[in-house]
Design a protein around this ligand. Structure first.
Ligand SMILES: [Zn+2]
Length: 297
């Protein structure tokens, strides 16, 4: 009991707390004794509140029940008196130290200037060629009309993620989730893209000028007026850009300690799909391939 509390205190002090008042051995021992007293007081409260008829009178059962009450009290003391003293971001910054440090040496990506056109097409054409599959650019074929929904086949714009992007995303996640002492956030990296909207584009009709109207009505041939300044040629008009959501899984972890007082391997629940950024793409530039990019080809 004393040993576990001392060990937790020492490891928290060393890793996160760096409290000058706990710098020497004697201070840490004195502090731990106060924690033991506090745990005993709380265990007493737990004991008083419970229905002790369920324990019975057998000595062994009473001892077990008392130990269980003490264990619960000890965990509460660890949480409130030790973990509760850690500055809110300290654990987060230590677990993500690498991203935070490297972020100083790399620039952040400007999501508005991600090349979702030529560079993305080039990347996916090369990948497709290596895997011997066919891909199309939406703008080079008539409106997509396959069986699978386009969002299952669209190939995401290529983002050259940097550590600065990761730090920025972590900060955004912290702001969204908030951090209690002892908690930190982990993001699976890099994010992946999901086509939220394929945008909207349409083709205009050919409109001949007066001079070419008769010829066009007769032949239906647009080529005769190709060089005419007044005929309006067929055009693709982009009315709405395609939208990609770049998301990843966010994990909210918190530190816990085993029976010896050693920090456990971090555990925690996946909170949700965390949206790192939204980027736009000209709907003509959407690359369409067979499903399973990155898994099957
Ligand atoms: Zn004309």
């Amino acid at each position: 009991m004393y040993a576990r509390l001392l060990r937790v205190l020492e490891s928290v002090q060393e890793q996160y707390l760096h409290d000058p008042d706990l710098a020497d051995d004697a201070a840490r021992h004195a502090f731990t004794w106060r924690l033991v007293e506090e745990a005993e007081r709380i265990a007493g409260e737990i004991w008083d509140k419970r229905d002790n008829r369920t324990v019975g009178e057998m000595g062994v059962n009473v001892v077990r029940a008392a130990l269980a009450a003490y264990a619960e009290a000890e965990d509460r003391v660890i949480k409130s008196e030790i973990i509760g003293r850690i500055p809110a971001r300290a654990v987060h910054e230590r677990y993500n130290a690498w991203a935070y440090l490297e972020a100083e040496f790399t620039p952040r990506t400007d999501f508005e200037s991600v090349d979702a056109g030529a560079a993305t097409a080039e990347f996916w054409r090369r990948r497709a060629a290596e895997s011997h599959v066919d891909i199309d650019r939406a703008g080079d074929c008539p409106a997509y009309s396959g069986v699978d929904p386009i969002e299952d086949l669209a190939l995401e714009p290529i983002v050259n993620w940097t550590d600065a992007d990761k730090k920025w995303a972590l900060e955004k996640a912290v702001e969204q989730a908030g951090l209690e002492p002892g908690e930190w956030i982990e993001l699976d990296w890099p994010p992946s893209g999901f086509l939220m909207s394929a945008g909207y584009m349409y083709q205009t009709e050919f409109e001949s000028c007066e001079a070419h109207a008769d010829a066009y009505d007769e032949s239906g041939d647009e080529s005769a007026s190709e060089d005419c300044q007044h005929c309006r040629p067929v055009e693709m008009v982009v009315e709405e850009m395609a939208q990609w959501s770049l998301t990843t899984t966010m994990w909210l972890r918190d530190i816990t300690f085993d029976n010896n007082g050693d920090e456990r391997i971090p555990q925690g629940a996946a909170v949700n799909d965390f949206e790192v950024a939204v980027i736009e793409q000209d709907p003509r530039d959407i690359m369409i391939g067979p499903p399973g990019a990155g898994r099957y080809w």
